[in-house]
Design a binder for this molecule. Structure first.
Ligand code: IPM
Ligand code: MG
Length: 361
């Protein structure tokens, strides 16, 4: 029996709604998968916590969750608080504090979903975007000066370190090698940004040399957007900087049918500290509390978490259940063109889970 200790942080907006739906699904999985068990502990951190305590999480927050096997996260962001406070106080504080330097974002057009591309193109989408998650444009380096004066200035400095580039490039190469096509596209912008991005290219090129079986091609980030739309089948694994991958992964999620189904893992590959798993979508203030949020992103995320925990059979079983529900098309949320609410989609996945006897075949 493997008991996985999971820290559950619902966060803001629809985060708690979709994460609680995910916990139900995981509990069902534990009932049907021999030897699988979870110990969930909730942490009420986020914007309401901030209103009560003046911080997004306790001072010793990281220490409180450090001993867990994984973190299952909802979303962060509040209409009445500055985004940089909420984000840096919780999600980025965890990603950076735990050195979760690899952010992994898979996209596939799930069965039954159409997405905005022509069907013959849409069905070619099977991508994993690897996002550098610890530095680059999100390093938090910079400053403001001359506040309130006409000469006021604000600077964000993108930080690229040899170590940071090398470790994410190794991660991306290894991931690409583990997939059937062994194909990696490296995204850059070294034509315009001639310091950090040129170092990025140089270090990635060195790492690529250690992977002779890997096919590698290079794209400027602007051209990459066109390729994702026009030639989706030419892409498999993608390596990009923190900001580039942030933007490309939203495009990927849209091409995959909806931002509501995108999933993410923030991984510390050294496994010294827990990794964090979250749906790609944000707080979605417009639908918060209405019970209509699409929980599939949080379920796909749970499947990534299971993979990381070494529970491949359970992970596959959950994906099969998700795909059964999208394939039938009977219980889809409004963002996917359906009319089902969160509870109905959740119930449908739970029913599929209980009925699926030979996962992944
Ligand atoms: C994401 C999100 C975040 C990011 C936001 C909420 C700051 O868009 O996870 O992709 O840019 O990292
Ligand atoms: Mg984003």
């Amino acid at each position: 029996m493997s008991l996985h200790k999971i820290a559950v942080i619902g966060g803001d907006g629809i985060g708690p709604e979709v994460v609680e739906a995910g916990v139900k699904v995981l509990e069902t999985l534990a009932d049907v998968e021999p030897g699988l068990a979870f110990d969930f502990k909730r942490f009420d951190w986020g914007s309401d916590y901030y209103r009560r305590n003046g911080r997004m999480m306790p001072q010793d927050g990281l220490a409180q969750i450090e001993g867990f096997d994984a973190i299952y996260f909802g979303s962060v962001g509040d209409p009445n608080l500055p985004d940089d406070i909420t984000l840096w106080g919780l999600r980025l504080a965890i990603c950076q504090g735990f050195d979760q330097y690899a952010n992994v974002r898979p996209t596939r057009l799930l069965p039954g979903l159409t997405g905005p591309l022509r069907p013959e193109l849409g069905k070619q989408i099977d991508w994993v975007i690897v996002r550098e998650n610890s530095e680059g444009e999100y390093a938090g380096v910079g400053g403001r000066a001359h506040r309130g004066l006409p000469i006021e200035v604000g600077m964000d400095v993108a930080v690229f370190t040899r170590t940071g580039i090398e470790r994410i490039a190794r991660f991306a190469c290894d991931l690409a090698m583990s997939r059937p096509r062994k194909l990696l596209t490296v995204v850059t912008k070294s034509n315009a940004q001639r310091h950090g991005m040129v170092l990025w290219d140089e270090v990635v090129r060195e790492v690529v040399r250690d992977h002779p079986g890997l096919t590698v091609d290079w794209m400027l980030v602007d051209a990459m957007t066109q390729r994702m739309v026009n030639k989706p089948g030419s892409i498999d694994t993608v390596l990009a900087t923190n900001l580039h991958a942030d933007i490309l992964s939203d495009l990927a999620a849209a091409l995959g049918g909806s931002l509501g189904i995108g999933s993410t893992s923030n991984i510390d590959p050294s496994r010294n500290r827990p990794s964090m798993f979250e749906p790609i979508h944000g707080s979605a203030f417009d639908i918060t509390g209405k019970g209509v949020a699409n929980p599939l992103g949080s379920f796909w995320t749970a499947s990534l978490m299971l993979d990381h925990l070494g529970e491949q059979a359970a992970s596959r079983r959950l994906m099969v259940a998700i795909e059964t529900v999208t394939g039938r098309g009977e219980f889809l949320s409004p963002d996917l063109g359906g009319a089902a609410n969160t509870a109905e989609v959740t119930a449908a996945v739970i029913a599929a889970l209980s009925g699926v006897n030979s996962p992944g075949s």
